[in-house]
Design a protein around this ligand. Structure first.
Ligand code: SAM
Length: 246
């Protein structure tokens, strides 16, 4: 904690401000962690619906060849997207099917910061409490949390490009959530888009609030078919797309 301002906390090299009491803001990237209207609903619109979820979980053919559905996320942040996804997964998952949610995060937050941010949403109180309870005192390396018998969370700490390139399995869906492209272009580079395309199953998808032209072009150049849709809360556009089956 800084002596000057108890609302500022330094973690490695990322400093958080807290707006409205519970809304984290990264000084390093000059951006909020999610939209100020309602980050939980934004997750449902942008990342879940953007990837055709939860509907895809209900398709019997999806489960014929693979018993695990893999979601990859760029930027774990507060874990809001994981908590909302886990909540919906519990409502819609077929018996025996598994979800492995893997998130790539350079600056993992502290337990009290995650708790502070997510307490805003009573809808995910159970999921928040479970993550906070299992979260390590000094988050680093690979954090693996078996959330329940059908749900595993892995947070790979380090630069996303390294983590995605080293991932051993291919993903069904991607949540691209690395701050605004203008504020963190590294998270939207041609290299990272190519790495995540290489680690996507044929027919796999992505969703993101980003709509910048260079992001769309990098995703297309990597091999995704990209679609523009209306964004959350009046935002004109978001992007989603698919890796075409050969
Ligand atoms: C918009 S926030 C993610 C919000 C998060 N999904 C949530 O549910 O709260 C972006 C995250 O990307 C992380 N990040 C920024 N650059 C990164 C990089 N090069 N590699 C991995 N993570 C990065 C930041 O530390 C931050 O936590």
């Amino acid at each position: 904690m800084s002596d000057r301002d108890p609302e500022i906390r330094v973690t490695e090299s990322q400093t958080l401000d807290w707006h409205d009491g519970d809304m984290p803001y990264s000084q390093k990237f000059g951006d909020h962690f999610y939209c100020r209207t309602d980050g939980r609903l934004e997750c449902g619109h942008t990342f879940l619906a953007g990837n055709g979820l939860p509907e895809r979980w209900g398709l019997p053919e999806r489960w014929k060849s693979h018993r695990t559905f893999r979601i990859g996320e760029l930027g774990f942040g507060t874990g809001l997207n994981f908590c909302e996804t886990w909540r919906q997964w519990k409502l819609f998952r077929p018996a025996g099917a598994k979800l492995h949610f893997t998130s790539f995060e350079l600056y993992p937050m502290q337990r009290d910061e995650i708790d502070r941010a997510l307490t805003r949403w009573p809808e995910i109180a159970a999921e928040r409490q479970a993550v906070v309870k299992a979260w390590p005192d000094e988050p680093a390396g690979h954090i693996v949390i078996d959330a329940d018998a059908q749900t595993r969370l892995t947070v790979v700490c380090g630069p996303a490009l390294e983590g995605v390139s080293a991932a051993s399995a291919d993903f069904d869906a991607w949540f691209l959530d690395g701050f605004a492209p203008s504020r963190n272009p590294d998270m939207w580079s041609p290299d990272i888009m190519q790495a995540l395309h290489d680690k996507t199953l044929p027919g796999g998808t992505f969703g993101t609030y980003a709509a910048a032209g260079f992001v769309r072009r990098n995703l297309q150049a990597a091999g995704f078919t990209v679609e523009r849709r209306p964004g959350f809360a009046g935002k004109r556009e978001m992007l989603c797309g698919i890796k075409p089956a050969p």
